[in-house]
Design a protein around this ligand. Sequence first.
Ligand code: AMP
Length: 421
Amino acid sequence: MKYTKPRGTQDILPPDVYLWRRVETVFENTFEAYGYEPIRTPIFEHTDVFLRSVGEATDIVSKEMYTFVDRGGRSVTLRPENTAAVIRAYLENGLHRRGGITRLCYTGPMFRYDRPQSGRYRQFHQVGLEAIGSDNPVVDAETIDVVMTALEALGFDSLAVKLNSVGCAECRKPYGGVLRRELERLKGRLCEDCVGRTDKNPMRVFDCKKCEEVKDELPSISDHLCPACADHFARVKSHLDLLERRYEIDSRLVRGLDYYTRTTFEILHGSLGAQNALCGGGRYDDLVEQCGGPPTPAVGFSAGLERIISVLPEGSPARKAGRNAPDFYVACADENAAPRVVLVARGLRTLGTVEVDVSMRVLKTQLRQAERALARIAVIVESASPLHVKWRDMANREQIDVEDGRLLDVAREHFTDKRSG
Ligand code: AMP
């Protein structure tokens, strides 16, 4: 074989694409039910969009971005996540001038130069949403409620919601000092990367997989929240209680991106092993302003479709229907019949879906293929009978001759009978 797909990417083949579409539809319908409107942004952005927002000391920016200089000499990056891009679009298109809360949702591929392993790809797909314009804890609870509602509609029933608050810039100043002092003390046990993080961005130590033991000894931000953040966190929890959404507090959950403030959360699935997060999100009250907009609080999440599909419950409604079978399968008996096949297929398409077979294989093989495709009717066109086609009901294998000119009437009658019968 001459070519193979790049490492960390996947081909999603026809039977699976139907499953993917149904999963995406469940998310889209759920988002719509909560008032979220879809947005589509470019797959690449100016590199700065991610540098500043996601943060230079994060793994995503420092190690995982697909960044390249285009032919015009500009640095561009395949989006590693979508929040920063959605905020860029929100500001650039003046959506902030609408006032109130802007609720946006998206689906699409993201790219990270990560070490490929089970549940971790270099191109992966996320669904997600952003609620921009309110710092009300009701919206934080709503965000968790939307994704849980969608996951339940997909058949999941025992997911763990991990919840934390990472506070605001106000609480982080004193906390940063406390954390740095502790990190200095434990320096000998930190990995090289974390020694560097101590000065630049000490909270990123919590993302490190190598320093798990040290993390347990570090002070947690949730014990250092300012009164306003502590009150906000308490209200998020009480709204989740009202919605009967269960959660566990995880004071180490800081998430691997710099823009988060206050609420952070992840939804975990027990059988996914190390890459067990289906979804991650949180509040990011400073990002809009950092991107040049007016101070505008916001909250959002994104969920990974590869992981959701890999652990989709057996009984999930998304697994039910397969491919939509064609209404008509038009078989072409010989090369000279091809022009009539083209016209017959065009006529039938006004009534239903049509698959044309011009493989010129023997008729028996073509009909077997029609059976495999679960077609309802096979229409056989052959130059030996220039004025008629054969109409074969695949359910009972009854076959009749039909004049070309009557074909659409017969088809219409057939479907009307089926519907009324
Ligand atoms: P993050 O914001 O990085 O936590 O990503 C949100 C969600 O996207 C995660 O919970 C995963 O479900 C999914 N995700 C992130 N990175 C990858 C990846 N490299 N491959 C597959 N899914 C991913």
